[in-house]
Design a protein around this ligand. Structure first.
Ligand code: HEM
Length: 325
C-alpha cells in the first residue's frame, strides 16, 4: 500500500505524489496507483486484442446475480468477483466466460491490491470506452467474495427465449422480473440491452445464434477469443469452431446500431433474440428503444449512467471507498 499524506488545502487524505493525481479520493484500503496503472494497461490491451465483447459480458455476469431483497453480503450477489470460482463460472449462463477469466487472470497478478471485482468492472467499462462508447463514471474499492461457497445460486441471470425458467409468460415479464430483482428499472433494461451492439452469440456457448454469418466470417476484427502475437501478453485459447452471429454489422464498435437493427430487422444475418425484439414491442420499453435508435448521444449518456449502476450492484466497499480515479 502506498503512503498517505494530508492534502494541504482540504485536510483530506490523498496519495503521494499528489502531482500525479490532482483530485482523487484515496483510502488506505484502495491502491489508487495500481488502479490507475491497471486501467491504462487494460485500455491498450483490450483495444489491441478486440476482446471487448466477452469482457463486457464478464462484468455484467458478475454483477447481474444481485438480489436486492437479500441484505447480507456477499449472499446478496452482485459485483463481488464470485464469478471466478468454479461453481459460478460453471453456471449454464456463463458458458464461454472462462475465456475472459483466462484473459484477465495474468493481468491481475501484476496488480495484487486490486480486487477481482474491481478488475472485472473496470475491464468492462474500459472495453466499452475503447470500442468507441461512453466513458463510464466508475468507482472502485469493491470487496471480493473469498471462497466458492460464497457464489450466487444458478439461475439469476436472464434467459433469452421462452420457455423462461422463472415461468414468465413472455420476454417483457421475464426481463422485468430479473432486472427489478436487481433494483433496476425499464430504462435500465432497454439501455443496458444496448450492450449487444458489441459481440456475438454462438450455439456452442449459449445455444443462440448461427455458427457463422457474413459479418462474423469476415468480421470487423478478431474473434473475442482469438490469439494475438504479442509474447508478453496473456495467452488466450485459439478460436474454436464457431464464429457466431452478431447483433450488428460492426460488432466491435460501440454505437447505437443495435437499436437501429433490432427495430428494422432488415437482415437475417443479424441476431434478434426474443429479449431484444421485445424492446420495440412492449409499450413501456418502446419509447426508450425508439429514442436510442435515433439519438446516439442520448443512448451514450443513459448507458453510462445505467452501466455505473450495474457495476455497483450489491457492492460492499472497502474501508474509505468508493474511490474515483
Ligand atoms: C437483457 C437480458 C440479456 C440477455 C437475455 C442476454 C443474452 C445474451 C446471450 C444469449 C449472449 C450470447 C452468448 C454467447 O453465445 O457467447 C449474449 C452475449 C453478450 N451479452 Fe447479453 N444478454 C442480456 C443482457 C446483457 C447486458 C445487460 C449486457 C451488458 C451491458 C450484455 C452484454 C453482452 C455482450 C457484450 C455479449 C457478447 C459476448 C461475446 O461476444 O463474447 N448482455 N447475451
Amino acid at each position: 500500500m502506498q503512503a498517505l499524506k494530508r492534502h494541504p488545502a482540504s485536510g483530506t487524505r490523498t496519495a503521494r505524489p499528489a502531482s500525479r493525481r490532482p483530485c482523487v479520493r484515496v483510502c488506505a484500503a484502495v491502491n489508487v496507483e495500481q488502479l490507475t496503472a491497471l486501467r491504462q494497461e487494460l485500455f491498450s490491451y483490450i483495444n489491441s486484442r478486440g476482446c471487448n465483447p466477452i469482457i463486457v459480458r464478464l462484468g455484467w455476469h458478475d454483477s447481474g446475480t444481485y438480489n436486492k431483497d437479500i441484505a447480507e453480503w456477499p449472499a446478496r450477489g452482485g459485483a463481488n468477483g464470485s464469478i471466478r470460482f468454479k461453481p459460478e463460472i460453471d453456471h449454464g449462463a456463463n458458458k464461454g466466460l472462462a475465456i475472459a477469466l483466462g484473459i484477465l487472470g495474468p493481468i491481475k497478478k501484476r496488480y495484487p491490491d486490486v480486487s477481482h471485482a474491481d478488475l472485472y468492472q473496470m475491464a468492462s467499462a474500459v472495453a466499452v470506452e475503447a470500442a468507441g462508447g461512453p466513458k463510464i463514471p466508475m468507482r472502485y474499492g469493491r470487496k471480493d467474495a473469498t471462497s466458492p461457497d460464497q457464489c450466487s445460486p444458478d439461475g439469476n441471470l436472464p434467459g433469452a427465449a421462452h420457455p423462461f425458467a422463472d415461468g414468465s409468460a413472455d420476454a417483457a415479464e421475464h426481463l422485468r422480473r430479473v432486472f427489478y430483482r436487481m433494483g433496476l428499472n425499464d430504462q435500465d433494461i432497454v439501455v443496458l440491452s444496448g450492450g449487444h451492439t458489441l459481440g456475438r452469440a454462438r450455439p456452442e456457448r449459449s445455444g443462440f445464434g448461427e455458427v457463422s454469418t457474413k459479418y462474423t466470417a469476415v468480421g470487423p476484427g478478431t474473434s473475442s477469443a482469438s490469439p494475438s502475437g504479442a509474447p508478453d501478453r496473456p495467452v488466450t485459447p485459439k478460436p474454436v469452431g464457431q464464429l457466431g452471429q452478431s447483433w450488428t454489422v460492426n460488432w466491435l464498435e460501440f454505437d447505437n446500431s443495435y437499436f437501429k437493427e433490432i427495430k428494422e430487422k432488415r437482415d437475417a444475418d443479424l441476431l434478434v433474440l426474443e429479449t431484444d425484439a421485445v424492446l420495440f414491442e412492449d409499450a413501456k420499453f418502446r419509447p426508450y428503444a425508439e429514442k436510442y435508435a435515433t439519438d446516439q448521444a442520448a443512448f451514450f449518456a443513459d448507458y453510462a449512467t445505467s452501466h455505473q449502476k450495474l457495476s455497483e450492484l450489491g457492492v460492499e466497499w472497502e474501508e474509505g471507498g468508493p474511490v474515483s480515479i
